[in-house]
Design a protein around this ligand. Structure first.
Ligand SMILES: Cc1ncc(COP(=O)(O)O)c(C=O)c1O
Length: 382
């Protein structure tokens, strides 16, 4: 039993015990290079290809549509930059403003190199404005990128509808499904690319993948030995590739139980929180959200104070704000929903995982109440 309460599962998750326990054995038995033609190399190759088979079966794709990478940041960079570099006549990319930085920054990188990058509108609940998208889908657009489930607020987008619109206009559609993978259903029919990260689904850090529809060409980021059909050169990580497919198997065989557990914890948390602090604002609780993320704007108290005070009680949570040059910058996601800078700086993200319990939520609620009451007394007397 951990001595802390970990409610930061959108940042990363604890590795499944079933994966941890097999690590020494797998590393010992499968250490040869999967690109070697000798028997030992081919045993390791089989480990990779078995994993690809498991994942593609789960996803509903063919095996050669799954490309392993080191993380979702690498997958996102490969897709955004890789689609741009092969363009001949088109030069525009449409991106939602609520993407993860690993999508936004490659898009900004392209903007500096002569591509046109336009940001889509989102409404106050964080849902992408489809009419706005439709208007902007002109003949110059080669790619649209819209995240499926937002990592700060959990808000879900209708990626089937968006993808269908893109397909009708012959524009490629990419969705970062890092937070929704294995939690929400993903219909591949109108999706050309999606990205996944191992460490968000209880596999280790350092493994990711992307789906690429097989008839689409992209340029790889890395040139070298031509591994992963040339889309990701560099010796593969066979062990971690096995572990990500193990995580997919475990999640898939417990899918509804895990989903209900996460949603149950989040609903219980939000209900109890509103009882102890009636003025809390739960971001986008009126729209479809991922089951495990709750973004809370506390009255008066800023997020940094709340996060550090919870940390001193052993509770790990995060916010979307980032520190740079000693200043705290509000989350770009909440600003694009229309929240003020001051409101965004009071937002704390609680994200639940399959190892969390109701008792942990109860403890967290009592810590929040204590921290909040003390803070209110402090500002009243100062
Ligand atoms: C939505 C989303 N996309 C991409 C990433 C990047 O994933 P990785 O850490 O595997 O690079 C994250 C991680 O926080 C994420 O939440």
């Amino acid at each position: 039993m951990a001595s802390f309460i970990y409610l930061d599962n959108a940042s990363t998750t604890r590795v499944f015990n079933e994966i941890l326990s097999q690590m020494p054995d797998i590393f010992e038995k499968y250490f040869a290079n999967p690109n070697s033609i000798h028997t030992q190399g081919q045993r390791v190759r089989n480990l990779i290809e078995d994993s690809r088979r498991i994942i593609s079966k789960f996803v509903g794709s063919s095996e050669d549509e799954i490309i392993f990478t080191s993380c979702a940041t690498e997958s996102n960079n490969t897709i955004i930059r890789g689609t741009a570099y092969i363009q001949k006549d088109k030069n525009k990319i449409l991106v939602s403003p609520i993407e993860h930085k690993s999508v936004l920054n490659p898009a900004r990188y392209l903007a500096k190199r002569g591509f046109s990058v336009e940001f889509l509108k989102v409404d106050k609940t964080g849902v992408v404005d489809i009419d706005d998208l439709e208007k902007r889908l002109d003949k110059d657009v080669f790619l649209v990128s819209v995240i499926h489930g937002n990592n700060e607020t959990g808000v879900l987008q209708d990626i089937t509808k968006i993808g269908k619109l893109c397909r009708e206009r012959e524009v490629l559609f990419f969705s970062d499904v890092v937070q929704s993978f294995l939690k929400e259903d993903i219909n591949l029919e109108f999706i050309d690319f999606f990205s996944v990260s191992g460490h968000k689904i209880n596999a280790p850090k350092g493994i990711g993948l992307f789906y690429k529809r097989k008839d689409i060409e992209i340029e790889p980021l890395l040139l070298g030995g031509g591994q992963e059909k040339g889309y990701r050169s560099g010796t593969e990580n066979p062990q971690y590739i096995k572990f990500i497919s193990d995580a997919v198997k475990i999640w898939n065989s417990n899918k509804s139980e895990f989903y209900n557990h996460l949603k149950g914890l989040r609903e219980y948390f939000e209900g109890r929180l509103k009882e102890v602090i009636p003025d809390v604002y739960i971001v986008s609780d009126s729209v479809d959200r991922l089951p495990h993320i709750s973004c809370v704007i506390f009255p008066k108290i800023d997020a940094q104070t709340m996060i550090l005070a919870l940390d001193s009680k052993g509770v790990c949570v995060s916010s979307g704000s980032a520190c740079s040059s000693g200043a705290v910058n509000p989350s770009h996601v909440l600003l694009s929903y229309g929240f003020s800078k001051e409101e965004a700086l009071r937002a704390v993200r609680f994200s639940f995982g399959i190892f969390n319990s109701k008792e942990e939520v109860d403890k967290t609620i009592s810590f929040i109440k204590e921290i909040y009451d003390n803070y209110m007394k402090f500002i009243y007397f100062s």
